[in-house]
Design a protein around this ligand. Structure first.
Ligand SMILES: [Zn+2]
Length: 172
């Protein structure tokens, strides 16, 4: 704020009579001249008005920050929901992977007959012992093979792949 250093200047103002009465009472209660009382009141009023503008400014900034905060809270909630969905899908895959490690039956390839696991049939489609193919197991031509367990594994795998596909389409 610039301070007038050039000495007093004069201000004429018409004010309501009732306000003039109040100003006179105020000045005499403080033992001041009317001019001193009015000058003091004007200076304080001006300061107050400047402060009010600053307060309005701060209110606007607080409102902006509050909007940003609530948007950030929405973002965090969405990220947490996505992470939770991913963890749950990972758990389902782990459960399936453990189940797929069980032996399903003997290798159908000639001269082998070693046990093969669900994971061998579903992933590598190769016997881990003889390296022979296992696709015949998928079409149900192998004796002594646990076809029910294989169908359960295939069904569970299909559900998980389907869920992952739907999630990828919805961008999650
Ligand atoms: Zn084999």
């Amino acid at each position: 704020m610039t301070v007038d250093t050039e000495g007093p200047s004069t201000l004429y103002a018409r004010i309501p009579a009732s306000l003039k009465v109040q100003l006179d009472a105020y000045a005499s209660s403080r033992g001041e001249t009317l001019t001193a009382a009015v000058t003091g009141l004007l200076a304080r009023g001006l300061e107050l008005a400047t402060d009010l503008i600053a307060i309005e400014d701060m209110r606007a900034r607080v409102a902006t920050l509050e909007r940003q905060l609530s948007q950030a809270q929405v973002d965090v909630a969405q990220a947490e929901a996505t992470a939770s969905a991913l963890r749950s899908r990972e758990d389902q895959f782990l459960t399936l992977a453990r189940r797929a490690e069980r032996a399903l039956g003997p290798c159908p390839n000639a001269g082998c007959g070693k046990p093969v696991r669900g994971i061998d049939v579903l992933l590598t489609q190769q016997c881990p012992s003889c390296g022979g193919g296992l696709s015949s197991v998928l079409v149900g031509q192998t004796k002594g093979f646990n076809q029910t367990e294989l169908l359960i594994l295939l069904g569970a795998l299909g559900i998980l792949v389907g869920a992952a596909y739907v999630a990828s389409k919805s961008g999650k």
